[in-house]
Design a protein around this ligand. Structure first.
Ligand code: ADP
Ligand code: ZN
Length: 529
C-alpha cells in the first residue's frame, strides 16, 4: 500500500503515471479530475472507450477516504477489482454474487480504511445496512456509472438508480460524479434532475471519431462483398466482423479462412478455452480477423483494429456506434463497413414482435431499429446523422460514403404507389399473408407457381412494375420500411400498410428514394487515386 499512500499525497498527474503507467491525460480527464478532487459534482458524458474510469479512480486515490462506485455491471466487478489490485490499488466490491464471509471481509476492510475504491451494485444502496455501513466509514466520493439507467423508462435498474438521489441528503459534502456514454440532451437533463445533480458541472466529450470512415451498402452477397473489401483495402489488417447469429459467425469465419484470410470465430456457444485462445491470438498476433457475435468486444482494448464490418444490421445506433468504435483506437484511418438488406429489416421486426417484455419495451426496440434504418437510408452525411443522434450537431465530414460518393435520388412516388396498392389488393385475401418476394414477383409480372396458385396474375397490379429490377424493388421496399410507409407484421414477415401509406396512395406525399449504387463506394484512398 505504500505506493498508493505516496500517490495519494501528490497530484493527479503523478497518480496517473505512478499507478496507471500513463503519461498524459486524454480529452477532458484532467479538468474533470481536478474539479472532483476539489470537491465539485460532475456529470460526464464520454463515449465508450473514452476513459471514464480514471475520472473517478484518480480522485478516489487523491482524496482521503474511500471512493464508492455504483455500477450495475455486476458481472464485470470482479474483473475490474482484480485489474485495480494488480496495479496496487486497494479495491473491493459488494454485490449479490458474494457469500456472507466475502462480504464481511470487504466490510471490515472498508471500516478499517484499507480500501481506496469500493464497487457497489445499485440495489445495495437501498439496503439500510449498507447505508449504515457507509456512514461508519470515510467516503471520498460517489461515482455513479452508467448513469443513463436513471433516465430509461422501464429500465431494470431504474428504481435503484432513482434511489441514488438520496445520497446527496445523507452525504451533502461528498462530491458525486455521474458518468454515461449516452449524450442526448434529454438524457443529460434527466440525469441531472433525477440524481439531484443541479449544481454539477457538465463535461461533454465529442463523440466524433474522425479517423473512422463510415460506409453502409446494400447487401447482395455479403460474404463476397466482405472478401472484396478485405482484399482491396484491408489485406493483412486486423479487424472485427460482426454477425447476428452463431451460425453466421461459423460460416463467415470458415469462408474467410478458405479464401486465405486469418479468420477466427468467437461466440458464446464456443467453449471457454477456444474463446480465450481466439481472443488472445486476436490481441497478440498481427492481422487476425475476429468473426464474432456482439458477445465479443466488451473491454477489448486493441488499438490497431483497422476495420469493423457488420454483416447484419445492428439493433440500434448505440450498438452500431459502440461496435464500430472498436476500430482505430490508435487514431489511424480505419473503416466501419455495414452491409444491410431488406431481409435484415424483416428479421429484426420479427425478433422485436417475438421478444419478451411488455409493449412499451417492444416499442422502444422498434424506435431503436427505426433510428438505425434512418442512418442506413440517409442521403446526407452519415457522421452528421450519427452525431446528431448523440445530440451533437456537426457539418458534412468528407469521410463517409455519402460524402465521398453522394447517392443519387429519384422520385419513387409512383413505384411506392404501385407497391402499396399491391399490398392493399392482397390484404383483401385475409387468410393469406404475403412477403416482399411474392409481391415483387406480381409487380414484375412473373408467373411463378405461387402466383398461379393464388390467381395473382389476374390482379390489376400484375406486371405493372416491370420497369424496375428485383434489386431495385427490394431497395424500394427497404426504404419504404425505413420511412415508416410500410410495416412488417407477424411470423412470416407479412407486409402491411401504415397510417402514412394512405398519404402516398392518395398522392399527398412524395417519396424520394436513394438509388441503389451500381458499384460499392470506395475509401478516400482509392477515390483520390
Ligand atoms: P470507458 O469507461 O469510458 O469506456 P475506460 O475507462 O475503460 O473507458 O478506458 C478505455 C481505455 O483507455 C482503457 O484501456 C484505459 O486504460 C485507457 N485510458 C484511459 N485514459 C487513458 C490515458 N490518459 N492514457 C492512456 N490510456 C488511457
Ligand atoms: Zn460524411
Amino acid at each position: 500500500p505504500t505506493t498508493i499512500i505516496e500517490a495519494a499525497g501528490s497530484d493527479a498527474l503523478a497518480c496517473l503515471s505512478r499507478v496507471f503507467g500513463y503519461d498524459a491525460f486524454r480529452g477532458d480527464q484532467e479538468e474533470i479530475i481536478e474539479h472532483v478532487v476539489a470537491g465539485g459534482d460532475a456529470l460526464v458524458l464520454m463515449p465508450t472507450g473514452g476513459g471514464k474510469s480514471l475520472c473517478y479512480q484518480i480522485p478516489a486515490l487523491v482524496r482521503p477516504g474511500v471512493g464508492v462506485v455504483v455500477s450495475p455491471l455486476i458481472a464485470l466487478m470482479q474483473d475490474q477489482v482484480d485489474a485495480l489490485r494488480a496495479l496496487g490499488v486497494r479495491a473491493g466490491f459488494l454485490n449479490s454474487t458474494q457469500d456472507f464471509d466475502e462480504r464481511r471481509t470487504v466490510e471490515a476492510e472498508f471500516l478499517a480504511g484499507e480500501l481506496d475504491l469500493l464497487y457497489l451494485a445499485p440495489e445495495r444502496l437501498r439496503v439500510d445496512a449498507t447505508l449504515r455501513l457507509l456512514e461508519r466509514g470515510k467516503i471520498s466520493l460517489f461515482a455513479i456509472d452508467e448513469a443513463h439507467c436513471v433516465a430509461q423508462w422501464g429500465h431494470d435498474f431504474r428504481p435503484d438508480y432513482l434511489a441514488l438521489s438520496a445520497l446527496h441528503e445523507r452525504w451533502p459534502d461528498v462530491p458525486r460524479i455521474a458518468l454515461t456514454a449516452t449524450a442526448t440532451d434529454a438524457t443529460r437533463t434527466e440525469i441531472a434532475t433525477r440524481l439531484n445533480l443541479r449544481e454539477a458541472r457538465h463535461f461533454v466529450a465529442s463523440f466524433d471519431r474522425p479517423n473512422i470512415q463510415y460506409r453502409i451498402e446494400p447487401k447482395n452477397d455479403p460474404k463476397k462483398q466482405l472478401l472484396e473489401l478485405l482484399r482491396t483495402e484491408h489485406a493483412g489488417d486486423a479487424g472485427v466482423v460482426y454477425c447476428l447469429s452463431r451460425k453466421g459467425v461459423e460460416d463467415t469465419a470458415a469462408f474467410l479462412a478458405q479464401h486465405g484470410v486469418e479468420a477466427l470465430p468467437y461466440h458464446a456457444g464456443l467453449d471457454a478455452g477456444t474463446r480465450a485462445a481466439n481472443q488472445s491470438r486476436f490481441l497478440r498476433e498481427d492481422g487476425v480477423v475476429m468473426v464474432a457475435t456482439i458477445a465479443f468486444g466488451m473491454g477489448i482494448d486493441k488499438p490497431d483494429v483497422r476495420f469493423v464490418a457488420h454483416l447484419d444490421l445492428p439493433k440500434s445506433v448505440e450498438g452500431y456506434y459502440q461496435e464500430t468504435g472498436r476500430a482505430g483506437r490508435d487514431g489511424l484511418p480505419s473503416t466501419a463497413w455495414l452491409a444491410y438488406g431488406l431481409q435484415d429489416v424483416v428479421q429484426q421486426r420479427k425478433m422485436i414482435d417475438g421478444s419478451e417484455g411488455d409493449d412499451a419495451h417492444r416499442r422502444r426496440l422498434g424506435t431503436h431499429l427505426d433510428a438505425m434504418l434512418a442512418l442506413c437510408e440517409t442521403v446526407s452525411c452519415r457522421r452528421v446523422r450519427l452525431l446528431e443522434y448523440f445530440g451533437q450537431p456537426s457539418s458534412a465530414c468528407g469521410n463517409c460514403d455519402t460524402c465521398l460518393t453522394p447517392p443519387e435520388t429519384w422520385d419513387g412516388t409512383v413505384a411506392a404507389q404501385k407497391f402499396l396498392s399491391a399490398i392493399f389488393r392482397l390484404a383483401r385475401e385475409r387468410r393469406q399473408k404475403f412477403g416482399a418476394g411474392h409481391i415483387i414477383d406480381i409487380l414484375m409480372g412473373k408467373k411463378t407457381a405461387k402466383v398461379i396458385q393464388f390467381d395473382h396474375d389476374a390482379l390489376s397490379v400484375f406486371g405493372i412494375g416491370a420497369e424496375l429490377s428485383v434489386a431495385e424493388w427490394r431497395g424500394v421496399v427497404r426504404q419504404l420500411l425505413a420511412q415508416g410507409l410500410l410495416a412488417v407484421e407477424g411470423d412470416y414477415g407479412t407486409l402491411v400498410l401504415t397510417d402514412a401509406s394512405a398519404d402516398v396512395l392518395g398522392s399527398r406525399r412524395q417519396v424520394p428514394l436513394r438509388r441503389e449504387p451500381k458499384k460499392p463506394a470506395r475509401s478516400s484512398k482509392s477515390a483520390k487515386s
